[in-house]
Design a protein around this ligand. Structure first.
Ligand code: RTP
Ligand code: MG
Length: 140
């Protein structure tokens, strides 16, 4: 497997509870290098654009409001098979289904307030990285 980059968000429920460092440590412990990182607060328009793929889902409004409720930490993670590795470390969307040792099992509050986002494929990873970061901010 080649070296990949993926995009991660530490979500409002986690930043609010001061879990940024503990979650970042989970990525690093799994062999993912944090090659870019910044704390931001999204506007509603940005959240709606970022989650546009879910615009017809019943939870869309709630999800966008949640994502702008507190600052978030956006990161680019790099490593061998980074996309799959990150999703493994994150655990299942619903913390009730997440495996032991995963971020969502340990920290998530609910299926909505589930502490982290991670890209699901190379195409979405590239789009999501470009949505939040310029080339100058990515230091391998
Ligand atoms: P993510 O995109 O955030 O990495 O998570 P995922 O692939 O595991 O989940 P996805 O199906 O893409 O859903 C995106 C986010 O929407 C919220 N959600 N709420 N209330 C609900 O039933 C529900 N379902 C999904 C979660 O915050 C999920 O991460
Ligand atoms: Mg997803």
């Amino acid at each position: 497997m080649a070296i990949q980059r993926t995009f991660s968000i530490i979500k409002p429920d986690a930043t609010k509870r001061n879990l940024t460092g503990k979650i970042a440590a989970k990525f690093e412990d799994a062999g993912l290098r944090i090659v870019a990182s910044k704390r931001i607060q999204m506007t509603l328009a940005q959240a709606q654009q970022f989650y546009g793929v879910h615009s017809e889902r019943p939870f869309f409004g709630e999800l966008c409001e949640f994502m702008i409720s507190e600052p978030i930490v956006v990161q680019v993670l790099e490593g061998e098979d980074a996309i799959a590795k990150n999703r493994e470390v994150m655990g299942a969307t619903n913390p009730a289904d997440a495996a032991d040792g995963t971020i969502r099992k340990e920290f998530a509050l609910s299926i909505g307030e589930n502490s982290v986002h991670g890209s699901d494929a190379p195409e979405t990873a590239a789009e999501e990285i470009a949505f939040f970061f310029s080339g100058l901010e990515l230091v391998g």
